[in-house]
Write a protein that binds this ligand. Structure first.
Ligand code: PMP
Length: 313
């Protein structure tokens, strides 16, 4: 990933991709305190655009504020930098990773005088999600690792250090031959997947965990709004148990990179009547279709209300 052409934004400067290096004593590398975003851009009929970049940038600033990492950059300036990052690197269908990190001015937990830095990298996403995964869905294993608790970490912040827990759970599931992991909160209620939120459908009503242990996903919010406002469905945010997922009619995961992926099987139980591919009349397939259209700026009459989710680059 390091050996390629391109430009990377760091504290207002454009660095050639290969030269974008940081010191070994960068504080965030040692203690995991930092925060980041994962943002997507798409090619639309009128050129490329960022999807919900204002919400992602706000979450980044909120994460930095909650971590007490004071940032010198406004949301407007960071959004401009993300747009320019795509233009300079000639990207359309891309993934952007703005990251806030402490510098290498000092070591230890009591370090003082640390600078807060921001960098933005972007790369072509290609077919991150295979069409077959989107149709066939994933097989997941419930993890023995609990997800974070509000009294252990800042669950609303997208903090670098949180992903140690995600990777422990994901790697265990992958080694056991599964595609994903389902993580429960410390009390045993459903939280989220390793880097995606989870939804279930039962009797035509959608349910998703309330935002306590899970990240307040922006795709989660997009799906809730599309389900309510376009499909006229009820969506409940509440505590969910794993057996509710076993017995759901449908279940799916949501995330910026993953978009909407069906959950076909959990702990060896097939979810709903899912065959080899998901039914095109299912709520999951209808939401996938709506999400696809809204992200690619294919806004018909039913979706014009969502135009402000798109920012031209
Ligand atoms: N939960 C976790 C732990 C994540 O890393 C992500 C990906 N950012 C999500 C949920 C989904 O969030 P979003 O829809 O904002 O990408």
């Amino acid at each position: 990933l390091c050996e390629r052409e391109g430009w990377l934004w760091n504290n207002g400067d454009w660095l050639p991709w290969r030269e974008a290096k940081t010191h070994m004593l960068t504080h965030t590398l040692h203690y995991g305190m930092g925060c980041f975003e994962g943002v997507r851009s798409y090619e639309g009929p009128n050129g490329a655009h960022l999807f919900r970049v204002a919400e992602h940038t706000r979450r980044l600033l909120d994460s930095a504020h909650a971590l007490d990492m004071p940032l010198a950059w406004s949301a407007e300036r960071l959004i401009d930098a993300q747009r320019e990052c795509l233009r300079r690197n000639d990207l359309t269908n891309a993934y952007l990773k703005p990251t806030v990190y402490f510098g290498a001015e000092s070591m230890g937990l009591r370090a003082t005088g640390l600078t807060t830095n921001v960098m933005i990298a972007a790369w072509d996403l290609g077919d991150y999600i295979s069409a077959s995964a989107a149709r066939q869905g994933l097989r997941a294993l419930t993890s023995s690792w609990a997800r974070h608790h509000v009294n252990i970490s800042l669950c609303r912040a997208k903090t670098n250090g949180h992903y140690v827990n995600s990777m422990l759970a994901l790697n265990t599931a992958i080694k056991a031959g599964f595609d994903e992991t389902l993580m429960l909160d410390p009390e045993g209620y459903v939280a989220e997947a390793s880097s995606a939120n989870v939804f279930l459908l039962r009797d035509g009503v959608l349910h998703t965990p309330e935002v306590t242990s899970c990240l307040q996903g922006i795709t989660r919010d997009s799906v809730i709004r599309l389900a309510r406002e376009v499909l006229g469905l009820q969506v409940h945010e509440r505590r969910i148990t794993r057996d509710e997922l076993y017995t759901a009619d449908e279940a799916f995961l949501t995330g910026t990179a993953a978009e909407i992926l069906p959950l076909r099987e959990l702990d060896g139980r097939r979810i709903g009547r899912a065959g080899e591919t998901i039914d095109q009349d299912s709520v999951t397939a209808r939401l996938q279709h709506l999400y696809r259209r809204v992200t690619r700026a294919e806004l018909g009459d039913d979706l014009t209300g969502f135009r402000d989710w798109l920012t031209a680059i």
